[in-house]
Each structure stands twice: as C-alpha cells, then as structure tokens.
Ligand binder design. Structure first.
Ligand code: PLP
Length: 452
C-alpha cells in the first residue's frame, strides 16, 4: 500500500515513510491510495482474537514490515491491556458500549499509541536513526504518548502541559514516568501557549530537520489505522448484525474517522453518529454545511474541548472526490477567515452522518441516570456519547456507543454527580516520585532543552 497527501503534492510513499512523516510535507494529511474492501470476507474473521484481527486488517495497509515482525509488534502492543478482549463490549439496556479504556493510561488513545510507539521503534532501529517527539497536551494525549514511548530506543519524548492546569491524576500519569527518554515540561501558561510553542518549534524547519522532530498527534495515519480494528471487533462481539449504528464522542474527528474508514472497508455501519460537547463546530457543520471557528468552551469533557478538528481534512478529501485543489480552497478559506462552507447537496454530501451536541448539564444528568438505573459508572466523554446514542437510536437497529476513558480519570467531574470512582492504576501512582521541569513560555528555552 502506498500513501498520498490530501493536498496532492506527496504521492507513492511507503507505510514506513508515512509513519515517520506524520503530517505530510505539503501541509496535508496522509491517506492510503485505496481503501481495501473486505465486505465479502467478514465471516472469515469472526472467531479471531483481537490481535489476529488487528493483524488481518493492518496488513492490508502495511506491506513493508515483515509479517512475523508485525505480529510480534501487535502482540506486544496489546499485552499491556488488562482485559483479554482488549476492547470488551458491555450491554447497557439496549445500547452496546465498547470499553476502550483497558490500556495503561485508561483512555482510548492507548489503543493507537501503544502500537505507534512499537512501530516507530521498529522503523528507527532498522534505519539507525533517532527522533525527538514534541507534543502539547491538556491531559490524555500526553500520558498515552508517554506510555507508548517510555523506555524505547532511539526516541526521546518531550511533552508540554500547562503548569497547574491538568488534573492531579493526569499530571501524575505523566510525571511519575522516570525513564531517561521522557521529558515532562510544565509550561507557565495555558494549553494554548503550549500549542503555540509547539507550532513555533516545528516551523523552524532547520531545527526540525537537524533534530528529527516528530509528532504523535492524531494526524499520524498509524493512529487512525489502529482504531479501525476495534470497530470490527465490536461488530463481531455484537454477533455480526446485518447493520448497526455507531455513536462516537469526538472533538478531533479522529476516532470517528476510523469508523468512517471501517464503513468504507465494508463493515455494515448504517449511520455514524457524532456526539460533541458544547464545542460543536462539527455538529454545526453536519447540520448546516458551515464550518466556523468559535472560542473554546471549557467543558466537563475536556479531551473534546477542541474547535478545529485536525482529522476533518481527511474526511473532506473523500467528500471532494479526492480533488486536492477544491479541498485546499476550503481549507485556505477557513484558515484565512475562520469560516468555510460546503454545498449541502447529496451528491457531495453524506446522509449517513448524524451529529448532535450535549451540554454540561446533560453530561452530568447522563452520568447520574446510568449510575442510578444500571449501577454502572461512565466518564464524562462516554456520557456525551451515550446521551446522543439514546436520543438517536432507532428500533431494530443495534446501537454501538464508545466508552473512551475510565471514569476514575475524571473523578472531579464525577464528584459533581455525587459519584466516586477509583482505579487501582491511579491509586498506585499516589506518592510515587515524580519529575518535571517548569519552564517559561519561551521557544528558545524549549529548543535548548532539546539540543542538550
Ligand atoms: C482524545 C479523547 C476523545 C476525543 O477523541 P477524538 O480523536 O477527538 O475523537 C474523547 N474522549 C477521551 C477520553 C479522549 O481522551
């Protein structure tokens, strides 16, 4: 399989090069040149383990890593999960809930980042090169990236987070990791400042090249790929229904984009239901065709407090029938004016996508109701999904909803619903030695840290 950029100037690159490139060098996002259709052989994979299913799906997209090596990487990546099924399915009344939080940092990002860390290490060993990963996080991404990269050869990771503005549990999940290749940087500023710093360092192309700077945010195709697997796994765990709906709580369009690819591959997904919090730029778009940036609202589901969804460009690329020029026009207009519009006619548009948003109040009510009625505790991101799944479900069509984090990660929000949640992994972190460097919002400071 070869990869191409949504902006049209990068074509024909290998999987390994796509992993290393991350963001395409023409500013676009990388995608496989074709999406393999597997609709005819779904029954063949029915009784496979998660790992074997992952191998079947991933090897359709990866043809430059030897099969045995790929199998071993997959096995190692999911050995860190605490459930045999990796992503087990649970029944909540008439909704099927896929628990994606059984990895080391208790959030769905582990499914992709455990795999990405091992794939990166494999490629770098082969090539005899080193990379420096620089990331900015408000919480979940940083800890999952660190858990995926810690202790790996030829990779250093630098994670910036706003000092004092992540939850205590999230900070501990990062700063208690003492491996030599892990650098936690607490920035005296906001999450926005961290993102600006990251952009500033990456835009110094000479520096970027000299230190092989890389990113592991959700623009990396490997993350999308690893997430496709659990939609297939869920389908089999649901008993291979003729068709089903999927509801995904999202901010960056990352998780839901994987479902979109799974559907293109022939998984019988009828509707993709996008659940956003009060940051509803995606919901607005799917209901009106207008994509318009607003101010970020801070909500009870902070991992979805995003205004500009980085993976959305991949989706638009298909909507524009892979016309990079038209896509670039849309993106340019959005970047210049903060607003762009697409014609809502069915030829260009997608009636299989439904989008709705959830208020903070509804989020808390959903958490409370599920605890009271079903004696099950969900995290606020999962609650956003379940709220919309309940609103949009239709008789006779199974509804799959995704659970993206363990509730104990967001115990401060649960306290607002008078619910306590703990997890042994988080309890075990309390009192451990920690390490972080507190730094000012200063580009040169970050650069000299990486240099040293
Ligand atoms: C990152 C994250 C999300 C949103 O993921 P997208 O890639 O925006 O779909 C949802 N829930 C949790 C807990 C997360 O960490």
């Amino acid at each position: 399989m070869k990869y191409e950029s949504t902006r049209g100037s990068v074509k024909g690159i290998s999987f390994k090069d796509a992993v290393i490139m991350g963001l395409a060098s023409d500013g676009g996002l990388l995608l496989p040149e074709t999406i393999p259709f597997v609709g005819g052989k779904l029954a063949d994979w029915e009784s496979l383990s998660y790992q074997s299913l992952a191998f079947e799906i991933m090897s359709l997209y990866i043809d430059d890593i030897d099969s045995e090596a790929l199998k071993e990487i997959i096995t190692r990546s999911y050995a860190t999960f605490d459930h045999k099924a990796v992503t087990p399915l649970r029944r909540l009344e008439d909704i099927h809930l896929l628990e994606l939080f059984h990895g080391p940092t208790l959030a769905f990002k582990d499914v992709a980042l455990q795999f990405l860390g091992n794939v990166l290490e494999h490629i770098l060993k082969e090539r005899g090169t080193t990379v420096n990963i620089l990331g900015a996080t408000s919480g979940d991404t940083g800890s999952a990236a660190i858990a995926g990269i810690r202790g790996k050869d030829n990779i250093n990771i630098y994670i910036m987070f706003p000092e004092g503005k992540t939850s205590p549990a999230q900070e501990l999940q990062m700063t208690s990791i003492l491996d030599d290749n892990v650098h936690n940087i607490a920035i005296e500023g906001s999450f926005d400042d961290c993102q600006q710093l990251m952009k500033a360092v990456f835009s110094d192309l000479e520096f970027k090249e000299k230190y092989n700077l890389a990113a592991v945010n959700s623009v990396n195709w490997t993350r999308v790929l690893a997430q496709i697997v659990y939609y297939f796994s869920a389908y089999y765990q649901m008993g291979s229904p003729d068709k089903f709906d999927v509801c995904v709580p999202t901010g960056n369009f990352g998780n839901v984009f994987s479902a979109y690819i799974a559907k293109k591959m022939g998984l019988p997904i009828r509707r993709l239901i996008i659940a956003t919090n009060e940051n509803d730029i995606l919901t607005q778009f799917f209901n009106t065709g207008v994509y318009q940036r607003g101010d970020v609202n801070f909500t009870h589901s902070p991992a979805m407090d995003i205004q500009v969804a980085s993976n959305f460009e991949r989706y638009l690329y298909y909507k524009y029938d892979k016309d990079s020029e038209k896509l670039s026009e849309f993106i340019d207009q959005f970047l210049q004016t903060g607003k762009a519009e697409i014609e809502l006619n069915t030829k260009q548009f997608d009636d299989s996508i439904v989008a709705a948003s959830v208020s903070n109040k509804e989020t808390i009510e959903t958490i409370r109701r599920i605890k009271k009625d079903l004696d099950y505790v969900v995290d606020p991101h999962t609650a956003v999904g379940l709220c919309i799944a309940n609103r949009k479900k239709e008789p006779g069509i199974p509804m799959l909803s995704l659970s993206t984090a363990h509730p104990a990660k967001f115990d401060d929000v649960l306290a607002l619903a008078d619910i306590e949640a703990t997890h042994p992994t988080l309890e075990a972190l309390k009192g451990l030695p920690t390490r972080k460097q507190v730094m000012a919002t200063d580009v040169d400071g970050i650069k000299s840290l990486i240099e040293s």
